[in-house]
Design a protein around this ligand. Structure first.
Ligand code: NAD
Ligand code: IPM
Ligand code: MN
Length: 378
């Protein structure tokens, strides 16, 4: 029997609450399969790790992540380790991504169920049919350029960060976006987002994206958007950006949160961070590790109340099964179970809603219902 090692990093705030439900989902998948087993082990990461060890990414956690078949993460950070703290959780996440070489962050934004249209901040006729995948470069750009904090001397008045990209970094993320676009039938359009009217790194970005696609993927349609107008289109005409939004680290961070609320709530959407293009289950499936996490943060404002929406994390577990383990059937079953709890009764679903979607169902109860349905689908 195949055995997979999955490292679980619950993290801070609502992280442990939402991860607990995704873990139950994975345990259900494992228990009901006779072909494979999932061995889950939790490790300290983030603010909780700072409290117990003094650092956000203890070496034992990093080692476990390096040896794992895949990593399921909740979220890290919070006011206790805020921007003025000496040691903060966020640099631990950046180090983990960089050390594992996870340069491709894939963040789909689409409606898990049409019944959620009424929760979109956009009018239903604008939100309906939105289907975007943000492909965000994750280990370059201003996040990783040299920076200088403001010094402590009274006359120190500057701090700076450098946005830097190499040709090779842009080429490899462009290839990931192209492979994702090509995996769809018909292939998806690619919208590359930059700020080439101002930034030198964006002019390099635009040139390399254009050349890479022209030389290696001439069948794909490409357009370029400036990030300010892309942000505007995501709100007033998001369907213009349907397909793949290919962008650098900081722009992708911002645009992925923005696009994620179109389907109703930040709590609904999953993400994968990989060291290459996702390999979908097939005869020549190539396993690759990666971090799977909801795109939201630790939500300190609702932590500890048992009301967080666990769906983004549960759907991240489905991505983990598909992309790192090559297990399409249970991945699809999880996605169908989620759709069923969200769909309205007249569409054959349960119509359950957590507080972020105007409902009263708690984190654990939603997890219970998803597990119940999943058992009937596996
Ligand atoms: P956030 O994503 O934590 O929360 C933004 C808003 O969305 C809040 O009102 C929150 O209640 C709501 N929300 C988020 N997830 C939800 C869910 N599952 N169910 C219901 N409501 C949900 O963003 P923030 O408040 O700006 O950041 C808080 C902390 O999280 C910061 O320390 C930040 O650095 C960190 N963060 C971590 C990650 C990560 O671990 N990958 C990602 C983003 C932010
Ligand atoms: C995300 C988060 C992280 C980022 C933070 C917590 C470092 O916002 O995963 O989107 O900016 O990449
Ligand atoms: Mn973010």
């Amino acid at each position: 029997m195949l055995s997979f090692r999955i490292v679980v990093l619950p993290g801070d705030g609502i992280g442990p609450e939402v991860v607990a439900e995704a873990v139950r989902v994975l345990q259900t998948v494992s228990e009901l399969s006779s072909d494979f087993e999932l061995k889950l082990e939790s490790h300290q990461f983030g603010g909780c790790a700072i409290d117990s060890t003094g650092e956000p990414l203890p070496s034992s956690t990093l080692k476990a992540c390096q040896e794992a078949d895949a990593i399921l993460m909740g979220s890290i950070g919070g006011p206790k380790w805020g921007v003025n703290a000496k040691v903060r959780p966020e640099p631990g996440l950046l180090t983990l991504r960089k050390t594992l070489g996870l340069y491709a962050n894939i963040r789909p934004a689409n409606l898990a169920s049409d019944s959620l249209l009424e929760y979109s901040p956009l009018r239903p006729e604008i939100a309906k049919g939105v289907d975007m995948i943000v492909v965000r470069e994750l280990i370059g750009g201003v996040y990783f350029g040299t920076r200088k904090e403001q010094g402590v001397a009274p006359d120190e008045e500057v701090a700076w960060d450098t946005m830097i990209y190499s040709v090779q970094e842009v080429q490899r993320i462009t290839r990931v976006a192209a492979q994702i676009a090509l995996a769809a039938d018909p292939p998806l359009d690619i919208h590359s987002v930059d700020k080439a009217n101002v930034l030198a790194s964006s002019r390099l970005w635009r040139k390399v994206v254009t050349e890479t696609l022209k030389n290696e993927f001439p069948q794909l349609k490409l357009d370029h958007q400036l990030v300010d107008s892309a942000a505007m289109f995501i709100v007033c005409n998001p369907q213009k950006l349907n397909g793949v939004i290919l962008t650098e680290n900081l722009f992708g961070d911002i645009l992925s949160d923005q696009s994620s609320v179109i389907p109703g709530s930040l709590g609904l959407l999953p993400s994968a961070s990989l060291a290459g293009a996702p390999s979908v289950p097939s005869a020549d499936f190539k396993p690759t590790s990666g971090i799977y996490e909801p795109i939201h943060g630790s939500a300190p404002d609702i932590a500890g109340q048992g009301i967080a929406n666990p769906i983004g994390t549960i759907l991240s577990a489905a991505m983990l099964l598909r992309y790192s383990l090559g297990l399409e059937k249970p991945a699809k079953a999880i996605e169908n179970a989620v759709r069923k709890v969200l769909d309205l009764p007249e569409a054959g679903g349960l119509g359950l809603r957590t507080a972020d979607l105007g409902g009263k169902v708690g984190t654990k109860e939603l997890g219970d219902r998803i597990v119940d349905i999943l058992k009937t689908l596996l």
